[in-house]
Design a protein around this ligand. Structure first.
Ligand code: ADP
Ligand code: MG
Length: 659
């Protein structure tokens, strides 16, 4: 049952923000910067930009709204286009990495924070925009944090030069109001009240050793007991876990008695294709129950109406800052107390349409004990204080910031992590000089033009000399998408057997390349079936193709000839070493690996790696994950001399690479 325009209008008018429209517009008129604090689902992200447009704020430029997540930018833009009744890409559009759905007619533009920052490289004053809305500010992503400083400066300079003024609006779901307000020169703060139902919170009595199993059991306990249409939202940590859980729930559901409501299970994570993302918003049909299995993306940036039960594993996958390692470690870890409350709140959001179910009890099942909860951090640490800063420092330098260490950060990153970023960029030959005299090299300037981690940008630059740009573009594109392997929990052995023909003893990067070559060689109409039969991800491979196309254009602009090295994969591995050398690992006597970067991790190959069960003396990895132990997920074999040749200053001391 698709929504009619009248339904949409009614829904819009029911949002908390609707009643304060005029008040908001007046405040924004009167001040250059404003902070808007509102509970999730009060209508900030979807409505405010429309208000601004109706209020005439788009006459002198576009209204841009940043989102930390790609999924949110796409789904919200789609919704708002539907609300204003135009095709996506016309009045309302979005721009995310490797995808631009806008036109000259676009006046309301949703964008990932990373993309706006990238745009600022070309235009420091962001002259195309009349209003910049920095949304989901409480998430404190590294890009939003840097944008705070960039837009603040653009606003000041535009004022000074008597250019059309820039309005800055910061929107956030929670607290830390004073900090935001002070940073933006005492900007006024506007509060929106959401409509929140009471949610009962239940903690586990005992600590859970297997949160996935605990989540599964909880979902079916709820399902057996509760009437249809009381939907369930489950928080897990990442794509693989989520896909596996969706699969298992569907399997178990087949065995449920006919008296149970029919289960409709939706995954929700960052790299899900837009069409599938939007399915989570479809109203639950009569006699059914919806279960959404999501990453922390459903914590604040996406609201699904009708959720009555939240199952919170208390876990999140996040990048963690490991002292001065210069490496981002993707780690499954505990959420903060603030996140726990956001998750709980998701059960209290208004339902669509009828009031029949409002009286039902709403529960947040926390799969951790009260004692465990007490040990959670109060707030999530801003990303800038726990991430590798090399990419940001490179971008700041490209933005013309002379001394990135003294940039106007809301929360300063530690001196140590700054120093580490400089060291990494020096080793990559992207910067020269030290301290306040540090500056970009020509190579560094070119690296900054790629929307990639500096390590991967360096790999692309190095392909020029090694004559393997064709292959490297593919590998880098493949590393920019989520896993291209598709391995259902129940069919692990099947999948591995069928994929064996692609597996390279040189490592995962070459295996991926083999799969990609086979995929690209197929006629278009065979691709889908082929992927299904070979247990590889059609969509992720397709995305990789698009990314490759765009990287190819950037390559040509950087004068890198598109040469192929044919079947000789040594050049490919050598070339990857030119950028990834800090991710080296050396085999130890007991069969585990020790990383050779500044911080030592002990790790083994992930079971999904092509190198699982092999023991090459040296490898480079591009992904290290920590669950119960550390795993090298994607790795390839190298010769130790390559490390020494690439970074003699760094590897001279390292005993292994010098053998
Ligand atoms: P906030 O930004 O304050 O959290 P939003 O503007 O995102 O609030 O959400 C307002 C309402 O719009 C919510 O009830 C949400 O469910 C609904 N909504 C958002 N995106 C979509 C979509 N793609 N389809 C249907 N409803 C949506
Ligand atoms: Mg929002």
């Amino acid at each position: 049952n698709p929504e009619t325009p009248a339904d949409i209008l009614k829904q819009r008018e029911s949002l908390a923000i609707f009643s304060v429209k005029e008040k908001l517009l007046a405040k924004i008129h009167a001040h250059n910067s404003c902070i808007i604090i509102g509970e999730t689902a009060s209508g900030k992200t979807t409505q405010l930009p429309q208000f601004l447009h109706e209020g005439g704020f788009s006459r002198q430029g576009t209204i841009v709204v940043t989102q930390p997540r790609r999924v949110a930018a796409v789904s919200v833009a789609t919704r708002v286009a539907q609300e204003v009744g135009t095709e996506l890409g016309q009045l309302v559009g979005y721009t995310v990495r490797f995808q631009d759905v806008t036109s000259p007619a676009t006046k309301i533009k949703y964008m990932t924070d990373g993309m706006l920052l990238r745009e600022a490289l070309g235009d420091h004053l962001l002259k195309r925009y009349s209003v910049i809305v920095l949304d989901e500010a409480h998430e404190r992503t590294i890009h939003t944090d840097v944008l705070f400083g960039v837009v603040k400066k653009a606003q000041r300079v535009r004022l000074k030069r008597q250019l059309p003024p820039l309005k800055v609006i910061v929107m956030s779901a929670t607290m830390n109001v004073d900090k935001f307000s002070n940073y933006f020169n005492k900007a006024p703060v506007l509060y929106l009240e959401g409509r929140q139902y009471h949610v009962e919170v239940l903690h586990s009595m005992e600590p859970q050793t297997d949160y996935l199993f605990a989540a599964l059991v909880t979902v079916f306990q709820i399902h057996k007991r509760e009437p249809p249409k009381s939907d369930i939202l489950v928080f897990l940590t990442g794509q693989e876990e989520i896909e596996a859980m969706v699969h298992t729930i569907n399997d178990i559901a087949k065995g449920m008695p006919a008296t149970c409501p029919r289960l409709i299970v939706h995954p929700l994570y960052a790299s899900l294709p837009s069409q599938q993302q939007l399915r989570v918003f479809q109203p639950t049909p009569d006699g059914c129950r919806k279960v959404i299995v999501s990453t922390n993306i459903a914590e604040t940036s996406i609201t699904i109406r009708g959720v009555k039960f939240v199952v919170d594993t208390g876990m999140v996958k996040a990048k963690t800052f490991s002292a001065i390692s210069g490496l981002d470690l993707l780690k499954v870890q505990r959420i903060s107390k603030a996140q726990a409350w956001q998750r709980t709140g998701r059960a209290g959001r208004q339902s669509a349409g009828s009031t029949v179910h409002y009286s039902l009890i709403r529960i947040s099942y926390r799969l951790y004990t009260q004692q465990e909860y007490r040990n959670f951090l109060d707030d999530t640490i801003p990303e800038i204080q726990r991430c590798n800063l090399a990419s940001i420092v490179l971008q700041l330098l490209a933005l013309g910031v002379k001394n990135p260490a003294s940039f106007d950060f809301m929360d300063k990153p530690s001196g140590e992590s700054m120093k580490c970023a400089f060291t990494e960029l020096q080793l990559l030959q992207a910067v020269e000089g030290a301290g306040e005299a540090v500056c970009l090299t020509d190579l560094g300037r070119q690296m900054a033009s790629f929307p990639l981690d500096p390590k991967l940008a360096k790999v692309i630059m190095a392909s020029k000399d090694l004559g393997c740009a064709e292959e490297i573009l593919s590998v880098v594109a493949l590393l920019s998408v989520d896993s291209i392997l598709f391995t259902p929990q129940q069919k692990i052995e099947d999948a591995q057997a069928i994929r064996r023909k692609f597996v390279s003893s040189e490592g995962d990067h070459i295996t991926y390349l083999n799969i990609f070559r086979a995929f690209r060689g197929l006629p278009e109409h065979d691709k889908h079936k082929w992927c299904y039969e070979n247990y590889v991800h059609y969509r992720n491979l397709n995305t990789a193709c698009n990314i490759r196309q765009q990287l190819r254009d950037l390559c040509l602009r950087a004068n890198i000839p598109l040469k192929s090295c044919g079947q000789d994969m040594t050049s490919v591995r050598k070339c990857l070493t030119k950028g990834l050398f800090l991710n080296a690992a050396e085999l130890q006597r007991e069969g585990t690996y020790i990383t050779l970067g500044p911080v030592k991790h002990k790790a083994t190959f992930h079971p999904s790696s092509s190198l699982f069960g092999c023991k090459p003396a040296y490898v480079l990895y591009s992904e290290i994950v920590q669950t119960t132990r550390c795993f090298l997920r994607t790795a390839f074999v190298i010769e130790p001399e390559w490390l020494y040749e690439t970074a003699p200053n760094y590897f001279r001391q390292s005993k292994g690479a010098n053998r």
